[in-house]
Design a protein around this ligand. Structure first.
Ligand code: SAM
Length: 234
């Protein structure tokens, strides 16, 4: 995780390939500036690739697992507006294991002192408000797998960037991959084929998706992978 984040922020590592479009979708400059200014873990090159892929997603709602303070949500929300759909941004806002005290990605500034726990929801709301995206970005506050268990509609896009440990990453894959519509996109962040670059679970679920025969890879930028549903199952 630590190495993954450090590495994913280096522009030199952001090799880009995509089958989705020859011309990258142009992101509204104000929204791009808002995304880049927001607190979070999405490097600009990968954020633009996220936006670009989302602009090519088929009809249906977008779902993001792991919003933190709303950085990736702005990239996806901008695309949702362009596509005439909405983004459901799922997060319990208590932080992942790697955000907790004692870990490198802990930010004491996002701890609610009264509760004594991380609470990124106010920061998320402020980011989305300031970006002017409240009409297209809907916060869903809760455990990812609980939300997935009650989800009833095929998604044009699912973006997985929640817990990066083995249990939460595989649980997110199992809970949400079935909700990707035919022709829809499954995006996974922090995929590092070389273990020296970062943690394994996002890479493992990326491999699971490809091995299932239900998805094919259509884009890669830095540690972001874009998969398209080509058949049933997962
Ligand atoms: C790596 S951060 C997301 C970074 C964000 N996408 C960005 O662009 O900055 C992971 C987020 O996933 C959330 N999370 C982790 N496990 C979760 C779970 N099981 N259900 C809901 N949210 C979860 C954490 O609260 C945290 O905000």
């Amino acid at each position: 995780m630590v190495a993954a984040r450090a590495r994913s922020h280096r522009a030199a590592d952001c090799a880009h390939r995509s089958e989705l479009s020859d011309n990258a979708a142009v992101m509204d400059p104000e929204l791009r500036a808002a995304a880049e200014a927001a607190t979070g873990f999405m490097p600009p090159e990968e954020g633009l690739a996220l936006h670009d892929a989302a602009c090519g997603a088929p009809h249906g709602p977008f779902v993001e697992i792991g919003s933190y303070c709303g950085k990736s949500s702005v990239y996806l929300g901008a695309a949702a507006r362009q596509r005439g759909t909405v983004l459901f941004a799922v997060d319990h806002h208590r932080g992942s294991e790697e955000n907790q005290p004692g870990w490198e990605h802990h930010d004491p500034g996002v701890v609610d002192p009264d509760v004594g726990r991380i609470d990124t929801l106010p920061f998320f709301r402020r980011t989305i408000h300031d970006a002017g995206l409240e009409d297209v970005v809907v916060a869903v506050v809760g455990e990812s797998t609980t939300v997935a268990a009650h989800w009833g509609r095929p998604c044009g896009l699912v973006f997985i960037d929640g817990g990066h440990g083995p249990e939460p990453a595989h649980a997110d894959y199992e809970a949400w991959a079935p909700h990707v519509a035919g022709g829809g996109l499954l995006l996974i962040h922090d995929v590092f084929p070389d273990p020296a670059d970062g943690g394994r679970p996002p890479y493992e679920i990326y491999c699971r998706a490809l091995a299932s025969g239900a998805f094919r890879e259509v884009g890669a930028t830095g540690s972001l992978r874009v998969l398209e549903r080509t058949g049933p199952g997962c």
